[in-house]
Write a protein that binds this ligand. Structure first.
Ligand code: GP9
Ligand code: MN
Length: 631
């Protein structure tokens, strides 16, 4: 048998096995969107091309080192593939280097990861077992000894194959690597392994950017902001909450589609629905987070900057100079605090909160957490709010207190006794359970409001609530379509599903439903406006949502954007109201452009790209260290 394998050559066999497995994972385990046969073809050849390149290196090694190499490369490749798969099932995205480092030491991710494992995953280790078995004992017969010329031939072939793959990818997606902001495109065209190599290269390049940055780049950015992204006009709401405590609650994974919606005829969020009448409720408010999830949402709302295109600024740039809401409010005598019943190191909060100027961080150490009062990721939200009160009421006033909820987090686990609404019935357990934890979050908020009222805090505070990011990734699109009674979730629907609830509740003040297109980047200037803080020397990309001079678009981190009239995403413009396709951007490689379609909005697209780039430059270059905010 080994003789025969020898004829095929072990490195070829390993490439075939590993290539086949990788292809199966790409095609059937990931939810990769394939638009044409060319994309199908690239996705098919890439796993084999990549595996061949890597395994062929073995022929340059001596004797049994060849077998060892093949064995460990298969093991490493399998683990990389599998971790990507687990991460993908949770977040609908691929791993990047920063995410890997920041998540790997966070034990809390464990429950989500384990929940994402499936019995059939065992088949993904089949090739590893075969290779391991074949190579384990010193199988002399498996070792090849090629003459130098043949080695060179194999090497050239493998490089040529990869080049071919890359050229096809370039034809399919021009400037793929330069534009690489969309990880799915990258993985689709160059595969997950080459993507990782690309990512490592990118990250090192970015680190160098800080070293070479100087203050000059700020002039362009300041000019840009003066022209497009500032609105210093004082409305009648300016200072309406001056001197009041600011209580800000992050609503974990809460999306707007559950608000004023029902499951089996029952309201999902009765408390939040009732609060709409007494609050400013923003129905077209979008999250703008990327891989940093909750931490991104915090980063955006505290700084009015965009999050990074990959990784989390909380990890990669926690030592930057910032000009955050807590820092600004401190000048008006505010004390700031964050309450979150999780490890202080998660998302590198310990470090970042210092940089953000947060005075007190009540992390898991401040809470009594045991078996009976926790579920999923930790302390149940109702307990969390209750136990937080003793700290809140001792803070010197006025304060800016931020609460991060946790129960409504993937995998949306809840004890039976806490479930007060049924589950949805679909193939997605995640979506089915979501409604129950959302209802629980809603109830915990009602209880928190009661506690605030009882303690007398309520009257002298404004309470702001914001969803941090989506809870249901597009991995569950089919079930989501079922719930929303749609045939499918289109890219347009996908963007609309990125709306998260945003409430500003000012006790004693009438509310209003605000339809303005807005997002997390607008939170800081809006809150400062209400608190009567004039910070016209600020550098921020959002503006006061109540103001008259807003930009005509809201940019999402992936370059999608929303205007009053349309939504742009994945190269297509959709009518914002109907979701109908209006126009399509053609690849630069397309010679024929549709003469009937003119793209009156392409200048906005350019501006969105420019704006995201400016924000990145501020963060990568740590440019605020060159700016004097107090002038
Ligand atoms: C963890 C909590 C959840 O502390 O903020 O983080 P997420 O996984 O949603 O980013
Ligand atoms: Mn979150």
């Amino acid at each position: 048998m080994f003789q025969r394998i020898n004829k095929v050559n072990l490195y070829i066999l390993a490439s075939l096995l590993f290539g086949t497995k990788t292809y199966i994972v790409y095609r059937f385990f990931f939810n990769i969107n394939l638009e044409n046969y060319m994309q199908e073809f690239i996705l098919f050849i890439n796993p084999f091309v990549t595996a061949f390149l890597v395994f062929a290196i073995s022929i340059w090694l001596k004797d049994t080192k060849q077998l060892k190499y093949i064995r460990y490369v298969t093991l490493l490749g399998t683990l990389i593939l599998y971790f990507n798969l687990l991460f993908y099932r949770n977040f609908g995205d691929f791993l990047t280097l920063p995410v890997l480092f920041q998540r790997s030491n966070a034990a809390d991710l464990g429950s989500s990861t384990i929940a994402s494992m499936k019995v059939m995953d065992i088949f993904l280790f089949l090739d590893l077992i075969i290779i391991w078995y074949l190579t384990k004992k010193d199988r002399q017969a498996l070792i090849v000894d090629f003459p130098y010329k043949k080695k060179l031939l194999v090497l050239s072939m493998s490089v040529l194959f990869l080049l071919g793959n890359y050229i096809l990818a370039e034809i399919e997606r021009p400037q793929l690597l330069q534009r690489g902001f969309d990880r799915e495109y990258l993985v689709k065209n160059i595969g997950v392994f080459n993507f990782h190599v690309y990512d490592i290269f990118q990250q090192s390049r970015l680190q160098a950017q800080r070293v070479f940055a100087d203050g000059n780049e700020l002039y362009d950015i300041e000019n840009y902001i003066d022209e497009y992204a500032s609105d210093n006009e004082k409305t009648e709401l300016f200072g309406i909450a001056e001197g009041k405590n600011l209580i800000f609650i992050t609503l974990e994974s809460l999306q707007s589609f559950v608000i004023n919606n029902t499951l089996d005829g029952e309201e999902i969020t009765p408390f939040l629905n009732s609060l709409i009448d007494e609050s400013y409720y923003f129905e077209n408010f979008y999250h703008q987070t990327e891989q940093g999830k909750t931490s991104d949402s915090e980063f955006i709302m505290e700084n009015s900057l965009y999050p990074l295109p990959s990784g989390a600024a909380y990890f990669t740039h926690s030592k930057n100079t910032l000009h955050s809401t807590p820092q600004i409010l401190a000048e008006s005598g505010y004390t700031s605090a964050v309450f979150h019943a999780n490890n202080g190191s998660f998302w590198n909060r310990n470090d970042m909160y210092e940089t953000l100027g947060i005075d007190h961080f009540y992390d898991i150490e401040a809470y009594e957490v045991n078996e009976s009062n926790s579920v999923g990721w930790g302390l149940k939200d109702k307990e969390f709010f209750e136990q937080s009160m003793k700290y809140l009421t001792t803070l010197p006033e006025p304060y800016y207190a931020r609460f991060l909820t946790l129960t409504n987090h993937h995998p949306f686990e809840l004890d039976e006794e806490d479930a007060t609404i049924g589950q949805f019935d679909s193939n997605s357990r995640t979506l089915n359970q979501y409604f129950q934890t959302v209802r629980y979050l809603d109830e915990s908020l009602e209880e928190f409001f009661d506690l605030l009222k009882e303690s007398g805090v309520y009257e002298n505070s404004i309470i702001v609530m914001m969803g941090d990011h989506y809870g249901i990734s597009d991995f569950h699109d089919r079930s989501m379509a079922l719930y929303l009674d749609k045939e499918e979730i289109t890219p347009y629907d996908h963007i609309q599903l990125q709306r998260v609830p945003f409430f500003i509740h000012i006790p004693g003040h009438d509310g209003e439903v605000i339809s303005t297109v807005s997002g997390q980047v607008d939170v800081k200037p809006t809150l400062l406006h209400l608190l009567g803080v004039d910070d016209s020397n600020d550098i921020s990309f959002g503006t006061n949502i109540f103001g008259p001079n807003r930009k005509e678009y809201l940019a999402l981190r992936d370059g999608s954007f929303i205007t009053d009239d349309y939504i742009f995403t994945k190269d297509v413009y959709y009518d914002r109201q109907t979701g109908e396709e209006i126009a399509r951007v053609h690849n630069e490689s397309d010679n024929e452009s549709d003469p009937d379609v003119d793209l009156p909005y392409s200048d906005i697209k350019d501006q969105v790209d420019e704006e995201l780039l400016y924000s990145d430059r501020i963060i990568y270059g740590d440019l605020f260290r060159f700016h004097n905010f107090s002038d």
